[in-house]
Design a protein around this ligand. Structure first.
Ligand code: 2RA
Length: 375
């Protein structure tokens, strides 16, 4: 069990360290581009487009493609016209960023999207039309009944022959990773979730606001209030039912993935001054009787889930320990004091890795293993 208490990294170190695949802007080029340079070839390698390659999630996708050794024959980094022509570094190669029309013409095997819902709505069908499998990290397709919403450890079977596959929201992915084995064994009837969401969930602009406030500089605000030394119970916009869009994503997506009829989900989503790693306090009520050791056994058997639960030794999941990791961490596992069927959990994961990039690449890995590209 991990009992090391690491020193929290500085904001700048986290932002720097996260990005091995740096974007080297045209005006500050340090690597000579070779346009577009084929990656070292592999017989089974795929042509992979990353749409939104210069954003925080896009850069993490490049990092995860490299660290997970996804077999790539050719990488096509794609970005808006503002970033077109800039250069990214991937596995030591300099590759020029291209526009989305050019990427469609290249008919890649896979297009990983993280460029916002509007771009996904407009361009995913164009890739689909040329036979590309789209794995979309935006919310554009998630609740479309014709599009599978996939966490591979939970519901890889839903992928089938679909050419557009949706990646769930970051806070949903880590939640369903812990809920799935418990639902299978004890039937969850109700989940009440409180999130503690990192500023990286709102991209580089969120990191910038926190860094500027902490440095005492005038901050460019993307949140309606200061985020440093604060918690803001407001992620994304408020809806007519007084929940936020982020809270309703947790509600709808969890039900779609796990069990629409049986599982009820309510959430409060809170932005906290943490750089990297979302945390969730989760209260569950189950239909079937359970013991805490049985719960731990079910969680232990779930691939990609790691139990860190030795509170007497100060061991529990924390966002500082989740940076750059592909797993979901769960701890503080205990029965409720007032409800025999009630259980509490604390769930943490790197929202840019398993919460976005890693999950998308695991879907690509599943496609690769299932032989889709040999057909
Ligand atoms: C957030 N859910 O953390 C977003 C990121 N997908 O705000």
């Amino acid at each position: 069990m991990d009992n090391i208490i690491p020193q929290p990294p500085t904001f700048a170190a986290v932002a720097r360290g996260r990005m091995q695949c740096q974007v080297l802007r045209r005006q500050n080029r340090r690597v000579k581009p070779s346009i577009p340079k084929p990656m070292p070839s592999s017989n089974h390698g795929r042509t992979v487009a990353v749409v939104g390659a210069t954003g925080l999630v896009g850069r993490t996708m490049l990092e995860a493609l490299a660290s997970r050794k996804f077999p790539i024959r050719e990488l096509l980094p794609v970005a808006s016209s503002r970033s077109k022509g800039s250069v990214i570094e991937f596995k030591g190669e300099a590759i020029e960023v291209i526009g989305v029309e050019d990427a469609v013409e290249r008919r890649p095997d896979i297009a990983l999207f993280s460029a916002g819902g509007d771009v996904s709505k407009q361009w995913a069908p164009a890739f689909k039309a040329v036979g590309t499998t789209v794995i979309d990290n935006s919310s554009a397709w998630r609740m479309d009944p014709a599009v599978p919403l996939v966490v591979p450890e939970v519901n890889a079977d839903a992928i089938g022959e679909h050419l557009i596959i949706a990646n769930p929201n970051c806070s949903t992915i880590q939640l369903v990773m812990a809920l799935k084995p418990l639902h299978d064994r004890f039937l969850i009837r109700r989940a009440i979730v409180s999130t503690y969401q990192s500023v990286t969930g709102t991209g580089q602009a969120g990191i910038n606001q926190l860094e500027q406030e902490r440095a005492g500089a005038e901050a460019t605000r993307i949140y309606p209030h200061p985020i440093d030394r604060n918690c803001i119970p407001h992620c994304d916009v408020f809806l007519e039912n007084d929940f936020t869009k982020e809270e309703m994503k947790l509600h709808h997506e969890t039900k779609k993935i796990l069990d629409d009829a049986a599982v009820q989900v309510s959430a409060t989503a809170v932005r906290v001054p943490v750089v990297g790693g979302h945390s969730e306090s989760v209260y569950l009520e189950m239909e079937r009787a359970f013991s805490v050791p049985d719960v731990k056994e079910a969680l232990q058997l779930m691939p990609g889930l790691i139990i860190q639960d030795d509170p007497m030794s100060d061991v529990y999941p924390m966002p500082v320990n989740s940076h750059g990791k592909d797993e979901v961490f769960v701890g503080r596992i205990r029965r409720d004091l007032s409800e025999e069927q009630g259980l509490h959990l604390w769930i943490v994961s790197d929202n840019l890795r398993k919460g976005a990039a890693t999950n998308a690449i695991q879907i690509a890995e599943h496609l690769q293993k299932s032989g889709r590209f040999r057909r």
